[in-house]
Unconditional design. Structure first.
Length: 370
């Protein structure tokens, strides 16, 4: 009988099955420091013990330590499930009905068990959302937190561009995945993954979630607590070299007794290999395009949203050099040249000529090439 664990497959699970996962994990200040180094999260409650104490958190932990980032706790729990649940899976495709209760502090110990269930709700009911005991926002300091914007400043339908981007490096995503003791094969073994569909190691989806959460500080600095994950989906794989951007759409506002919270979703804009290839091809021809009168060139549309297909048009917008004798004929000639450069259809337009709806879409999602 083999003494090693080859992992389970779909047919090995049954409804009602309870699995107790090895091994227990004590969260440490070292985990917190490495999490900050990997993701750059800046939320004040998790960064400062004194700030956390000022709103009623941290006093219950030895040494008055700040609570750890909610997603650090998420990764610790998720990593423990991998050897029993998803060791042989290509990817975890989504999350649902996740609730975050009392804060986790350095020194806390995690023991993980789970039950196989037939389905999950689309969202966590407001009545089931949990807030930490002792939380008191009377002394909350917006200046130290990094933003003046609170509950009343966010409206349903509002979209927030978090501006910055982070490029993923090969070593850091592997360090992060090892930190969570996540043993999924697809993240580590280049020998086997090099022979697979993608030809390289996939990045742990939770790594993207933490990057997006860290980026969201610029626009949501006061959203210091995650109370639930209603539903998250990994719609595209990511690889080292991809650059992650994030934006938030406010879907609803849910009032809780005594407190206010913003229910927001973070769709992640993944600029992957295809976009990188398109940008590289255009930049190689930048001198020629400038001679044609192009001052600035940007990409927008499905390619930037990560919804591209192999046969998708590339939506390109240009600004023309002042005084250059540009015309519709020259525009068409430039479009055809771009199709030659990219080897795929191009939809080209001048930024100043965009209709309002197109201009709005462009402003929300374009990427400047030069």
């Amino acid at each position: 009988m083999t003494k090693t664990n080859a992992g389970n497959f779909f047919e090995d699970f049954r409804l009602g099955q309870v699995i107790n996962h090895a091994t227990p994990r004590t969260v440490t200040t070292g985990d917190v420091a490495l999490y900050t180094g990997l993701y750059g999260s800046r939320f004040a409650v998790n960064s400062s013990a004194e700030f956390a104490k000022s709103i009623g958190l941290g006093a219950q932990a030895m040494g008055h330590l700040a609570p750890v980032d909610d997603l650090l706790a998420f990764h610790v729990v998720f990593g423990k499930t991998v050897p029993d649940i998803s060791l042989n899976a290509v990817a975890n495709l989504g999350y649902a009905a996740g609730r975050f209760g009392e804060p986790v502090y350095p020194g806390d110990n995690a023991i993980i068990a789970e039950e196989t269930v037939p389905d999950l709700p689309n969202a966590v009911a407001a009545a089931d959302l949990l807030l930490p005991d002792g939380l008191d926002l009377a002394a909350y300091d917006k200046v130290l937190a990094g933003s003046p914007h609170l509950w009343d400043d966010y409206v349903v339908g509002e979209k927030i561009d978090h501006v910055d981007g982070m490029t993923i490096e090969e070593a850091e995503h592997m360090i992060a995945t090892r930190l969570w003791q996540n043993t999924a094969k697809v993240h580590f073994n280049q020998y086997t993954e090099g022979q697979g569909r993608f030809g390289r190691r996939l990045i742990y989806g939770g790594h993207i979630i933490s990057l997006a959460r860290a980026l969201s500080f610029n626009g949501l600095a006061n959203a210091f607590k995650i109370v639930a994950i209603n539903g998250g989906r990994h719609t595209n794989p990511t690889f080292a070299g991809d650059t992650i951007h994030a934006w938030t759409e406010v879907l609803d506002r849910i009032e809780l007794p005594g407190f206010s919270s913003t229910e927001a979703r973070l769709p992640v804009n993944i600029m992957g290999k295809l976009l990188d290839d398109v940008m590289s091809r255009i930049r190689r021809e930048e001198p020629e395009l400038r001679r044609r009168g192009v001052l600035h060139l940007s990409i927008f549309g499905s390619l930037v949203r990560g919804e591209e297909r192999a046969d998708s048009d590339v939506d390109i917008a240009v600004d023309i050099q002042p005084g250059h004798p540009f015309s519709l004929i020259r525009m068409e000639d430039t479009r055809l040249r771009l199709e030659e450069i990219l080897g795929r259809p191009v939809d080209l337009g001048e930024t100043v000529a965009f209709r309002p709806a197109v201009r709005t879409a462009f402003d929300q999602e374009h990427v400047r090439v030069f």
